[in-house]
Ligand binder design. Structure first.
Ligand SMILES: Cc1cc2nc3c(=O)[nH]c(=O)nc-3n(C[C@H](O)[C@H](O)[C@H](O)COP(=O)(O)OP(=O)(O)OC[C@H]3O[C@@H](n4cnc5c(N)ncnc54)[C@H](O)[C@@H]3O)c2cc1C
Length: 439
């Protein structure tokens, strides 16, 4: 009996344990569902998936379809609610179960709950398989309820008491049931217009012309690790603001699942064996452990992590005034460094880690705005939005998350002097530069 593999944020064949599980049943019907909830408005009025991430997803799906077809498979792409689309496809193709990569955050878990109910109603079963994190959740050396609330304690326990599992190779064949052919994606422009959005326009100042898909992810890794060997200096350059190679730029591919964290870590190990092992090679994996940490925090705290006061119920309320918030979004605050970063975000869908920390701190601590508005704008704009990493970082900076130091904020003027001493970044993203660009 064939299985459905429901692709979600795992748009790859390499190191995809949920897909491997489906293949154990023989034939697999690979399906991606364009769920209208992902393009709906959130409570602050932002469409959840903005134009940059939608385009990246389209490119990722096109690449996935080619990779599946090269292995004898096909990719069905359907618009609708997964809890309606999946049971209907099960009946049509006589499938016994649905596999998918497990998610861990409230909105995604709610969809899983609805899908389980609908699939069971037609006599099928669901298997959610872990594949998103570097460390397998079963390999945590402590019960989830005892996950340390301080990152350093967590990292030390993981490094001492756990091991990252080996990534799985991509399957050689993904046989789909006879007569099944791939679907085309709807036109991107038409889809965006239906959701009240315009096509993104490429900006020559972008750190990278990000291209979705597992092939592009592999090419980026090849460039950053093997061709330029920038991995060997990552720790020295990672706080940069301008250019393609100050950091890995893996995040959009990781967030869409075009590459797995385990595959990246295994390539780091190979680099350490074949080229060089130093504090930079260590630090890239260290950052992937941060990514894991926020996932496990989301698993531990559930919906609480997404509440206004998140993990710190005694913290003060902050406002939701639209005027200063809109100025922040549009890069029209009193702070030139914040403005430059916000313009980069709205023109390209990306912002450096240094920039994100500064603009988040400025919104919450200088403008006194509720972190959830900023996180909502990031969700709309970012190519690499990930609910656990985004929320985990926002609540950390806002002082309602896992930062043990109370009331910490960034001095954005001082940060600009340290990280943009010559003003190169601020000039690149000044309104003047934007006007020249528009003309
Ligand atoms: C307010 C705020 C919001 C953020 N929102 C997101 C988000 O939605 N999605 C997202 O992937 N990252 C988010 N980050 C984390 C971080 O800024 C980005 O992961 C990083 O800038 C991506 O660039 P890179 O791939 O070149 O990172 P690199 O420096 O090359 O790091 C390698 C990888 O490690 C992981 N990583 C690095 N730093 C962090 C971190 N602080 N938290 C979690 N993972 C990390 C990412 O997967 C990244 O791709 C946020 C940070 C802040 C301060």
């Amino acid at each position: 009996m064939p299985s459905i593999h429901w692709f979600r944020n795992d748009l790859r064949l390499d190191d995809n344990p949920a897909l491997q599980e489906a293949l154990e049943d023989g034939e697999v019907l690979p399906v991606f569902v364009l769920d209208p909830r992902l393009w709906g408005e959130d409570r602050w009025g932002h469409v959840k998936t903005g134009p940059f991430r939608t385009q990246f997803r389209w490119e990722s799906l096109q690449d996935l379809r080619s990779e599946l077809e090269a292995r004898g498979g096909a990719l069905l792409i359907r618009e609708g609610l997964p809890e309606e689309v999946l049971p209907a496809l099960m009946k049509e193709h006589g499938c016994g179960r649905v596999t998918a990569q497990a998610e861990h955050t409230p909105e995604e878990l709610e969809v899983e709950r609805l899908v389980i109910r609908a699939v069971e109603a037609v006599g099928g079963a669901c298997a959610w398989v872990e594949g998103l994190t570097l460390y397998h959740p079963e390999d945590l050396p402590m019960p989830l309820g005892s996950l340390p609330d301080i990152f350093t304690q967590f990292r030390k326990k993981m490094e001492k008491g756990s091991e990252v599992r080996e990534p799985l190779p991509a399957p050689l064949k993904v046989p789909s049931p006879k007569g099944v052919a791939s679907d085309n994606l709807p036109s991107l422009q038409g889809f965006l217009e239906r959701h009240g959005m315009l096509m993104p326009v490429a900006d020559s100042r972008a750190v990278l012309p990000f291209q979705g898909g597992a092939s592009a992810a592999r090419a980026r890794l090849k460039h950053y690790f093997w061709d330029s060997k920038r991995l060997a200096v990552y720790k020295k350059t990672r706080n940069g603001l301008v250019g393609a190679d100050y950091s890995s730029k893996f995040s959009p591919w990781l967030a869409n699942g075009c590459i797995s964290a385990r595959r990246i870590a295994s390539e780091v190990r190979r680099f350490e064996r074949e080229v060089e092992s130093n504090d930079s090679t260590y630090w890239l994996v260290f950052e992937l452990i941060w990514r894991d940490y926020f996932r496990f925090v989301a698993m531990k705290y559930g919906a609480k992590m997404f509440h206004r006061k998140a993990l710190k119920p005694d913290s003060p309320n902050r406002g939701t005034q639209r005027h200063p918030f809109e100025a922040w979004k549009e890069g029209r605050t009193q702070d030139a460094f914040v403005n430059a970063n916000m313009r980069e975000l709205s023109q390209t869908g990306f912002m450096s880690n240094r920039g994100r920390q500064n603009v988040a701190s400025y919104l919450v601590h200088d403008l006194g705005i509720d972190w959830r508005l900023g996180a909502s704008w990031f969700e709309h704009m970012l190519l690499d939005h990930d609910p656990a990493s985004n929320t985990g970082n926002w609540i950390y900076v806002a002082g309602v998350g896992n930062d043990p130091r109370p009331n910490r904020s960034f001095n954005t003027k001082r940060q600009a002097e340290m990280y943009d001493a010559n003003g190169t970044y601020q000039t690149l993203w000044s309104t003047h530069a934007m006007e020249l660009d528009i003309r």
